[in-house]
Design a protein around this ligand. Structure first.
Ligand code: GLN
Length: 303
C-alpha cells in the first residue's frame, strides 16, 4: 500500500494543473495549487501516507457531516428532516435557484449550503462559541486530536465575502426555517474554517468506518447516525458529481472547496486527501482521481 500511494501522488501531481483554486473565498487562493497528499488508516491499525500530508487546510463542506451528526443528536430525525430533505440535487452546492423554485424553503439535503445553514441553526448551545465548541469537540474526538482549531484568516475571509450564503440565510428566514440568521452564518463560517491535515481526515473517516468508534475505542457517534451520514456521503457528498463518484469510486466521501476529501470504507479504512486545485464541480481534481485508482486497485467499492 505504501509504495502504491507514493506512485499515486507522483502520477496525479501534474494533473493538478488541470484544476483551479476556489477564489470566491479570497484566503483560499493562498494555497499551493500543486499540493497533493493522501493518508490511509485501516481498521487493523495500519497507517500509510504519501505526498504533502503535513499541510493544514480547512474543512469547508466536510464540516457539514459533523454538524448533521450534532443536529440529529440534539433534535432527532423528525425535527431535522422536517426542515431539510434527503434528496440529491444535480445542482451546484450553492444554488439559490433550487431553494426558490425547485424546493421552496426546504433545502434538498444537508450537504448543500442552504441545507447546512438549516442544520447549523439547529445545533444547541446558548452562544455561537458554545455551539462551535461542540462542533470542535466532535471533530477532535473523531480525529483524536485535541489541538484542532479554527483558521481565523479563512474565517474572516469567508465572513466578508459570503454574500450568497447570507442571501440564502435571509431567504430561509422569510420561510420561517431559520430564526437568527447572523448567528447561524457566524457558526457556519467558523465550522467551515476548522483547520485539519490529511491525517485528521483519515482518522475521522476511520471513525465513521468503525460505525462511530474512534481508534481509542470510544463511541463518539451513535452507530445509527454513523450509518445515516455515510449514506448522505454516498448520495450527496461530492455535490452534483456524487453519481459519477459512486460509479467510478464507490466509497462514501465528503469533499470541501479547500481541496480536502474525507472518505470512509465501512469496516475497512478511513482516507484523508488534500489537493486544492478543484474541478468544475468544486471537488479536488487530483484527489478524485487518486481515490478512483485506489478504489480500483484495492477493490474498495462498497457496491
Ligand atoms: N465555505 C464554503 C461555502 O459556503 C463551503 C462550500 C464547500 O466546501 N463546497 O461556500
Amino acid at each position: 500500500m505504501q509504495s502504491f500511494l507514493e506512485q499515486l501522488v507522483e502520477k496525479h501531481k501534474t494533473a493538478a494543473h488541470e484544476g483551479k483554486l476556489a477564489d470566491y473565498i479570497p484566503q483560499l487562493t493562498e494555497q499551493n495549487p500543486l499540493a497533493l497528499g493522501i493518508t490511509v488508516r485501516t481498521c487493523d491499525g495500519d497507517v500509510y501516507t504519501a505526498g504533502d500530508c503535513p499541510i493544514q487546510f480547512t474543512l469547508q463542506s466536510i464540516s457539514k457531516v459533523i454538524t448533521l451528526i450534532l443536529a440529529l443528536m440534539d433534535q432527532g430525525e423528525d425535527e431535522v428532516f422536517k426542515r431539510v430533505g434527503m434528496e440529491p440535487t444535480g445542482s451546484p452546492f450553492n444554488s439559490i435557484y433550487d431553494l426558490e423554485v425547485k424546493s421552496p424553503g426546504k433545502p434538498f439535503n444537508p450537504m448543500i449550503n442552504s441545507g447546512a445553514l438549516v442544520v447549523s441553526s439547529l445545533i444547541q448551545g446558548s452562544t455561537v462559541d458554545e455551539r462551535l465548541e461542540r462542533i470542535l469537540g466532535l471533530v477532535r474526538d473523531m480525529a483524536e486530536n485535541p489541538e484542532i482549531e479554527i483558521d481565523q484568516a479563512v474565517y474572516h475571509s469567508e465572513g466578508v465575502t459570503g454574500y450568497r450564503n447570507r442571501s440564502m440565510g435571509y431567504f430561509l428566514k422569510e420561510f420561517g426555517i431559520i430564526e437568527d440568521v447572523e448567528s447561524t452564518l457566524e457558526l457556519y463560517f467558523k465550522q467551515c474554517a476548522i483547520s485539519v491535515t490529511c491525517d485528521d481526515l483519515s482518522r475521522m473517516g476511520l471513525c465513521l468506518a468503525r460505525n462511530g468508534k474512534n481508534q481509542a475505542g470510544e463511541q463518539v457517534i451513535p452507530q445509527p447516525l454513523a450509518r445515516l451520514v455515510k449514506t448522505f456521503m454516498v448520495t450527496c457528498g461530492m455535490y452534483n458529481a456524487s453519481g459519477e463518484f459512486a460509479i467510478l469510486v464507490g466509497i462514501p466521501a465528503k469533499s470541501g472547496v479547500s481541496g480536502g476529501i474525507m472518505a470512509s470504507v465501512p469496516e475497512r479504512m478511513g482516507i484523508g486527501v488534500f489537493g486544492p486545485a478543484l474541478d468544475e464541480k468544486g471537488n479536488s481534481y487530483a484527489g478524485v482521481r487518486m481515490l478512483r485508482d485506489l478504489s480500483r486497485e484495492w477493490n474498495l467499492s462498497i457496491f
